[in-house]
Design a protein around this ligand. Structure first.
Ligand code: GTP
Ligand code: MG
Length: 135
């Protein structure tokens, strides 16, 4: 089985959507292996979002991710990396497909960073790297 890192971002925690998001993950058949409430600091987020450093949305993104606690989930399942990203939907919640977490529950308030509820690792390499960072 493949493991992936899922984060319920601060907007998801603040809107009491952690349970709903975990419900969708479990309903898909994925196994919850570990779970943790984290107040992420700058070092952790700089490492997590290494690939986005220097992009215009990087600083507001990191600020947003420090605006409240995040729930980190270690999830296991057959092709869970690609499968969870399909469950999550595309990055921009305003156009994410209905039936996805971001499409059904995500909002866009016209802020500089999309508050898109969740993060999911995008490759086996990033899953290994990110799981080691958060757990
Ligand atoms: P994650 O699962 O959170 O990594 O989402 P993703 O893989 O769909 O997006 P990506 O890794 O490209 O970007 C990480 C996060 O930065 C996104 O989830 C958004 O919150 C934010 N972001 C990415 N691209 C943009 C953009 O073009 N504009 C703005 N405002 N925010 C962005
Ligand atoms: Mg990403």
């Amino acid at each position: 089985v493949e493991e992936t890192l899922v984060l319920v971002k601060p907007d998801g925690v603040a809107r009491n959507l952690t349970g709903e998001i975990l419900r969708r993950i479990e309903a898909k058949g994925y196994q919850l292996v570990d779970i943790k409430l984290v107040e992420a600091d700058l070092d952790l987020l700089a490492a997590h979002y290494e690939e986005h450093q220097g992009k215009p949305f990087y600083e507001p993104l990191v600020e947003f991710m420090m605006s409240g606690p995040v729930v980190a989930l270690r999830i296991a399942g057959n092709r869970s990396i690609e499968g969870f990203r399909a469950l999550a939907g595309t990055t921009d919640p305003t156009t994410a497909a209905a039936g996805t977490i971001r499409g059904d529950l995500g909002r866009d308030w016209g802020l500089r960073v999309q508050q898109n509820l969740v993060h999911g690792s995008d490759s086996p390499e990033s899953a290994a790297r990110e799981l080691a960072l958060w757990f």
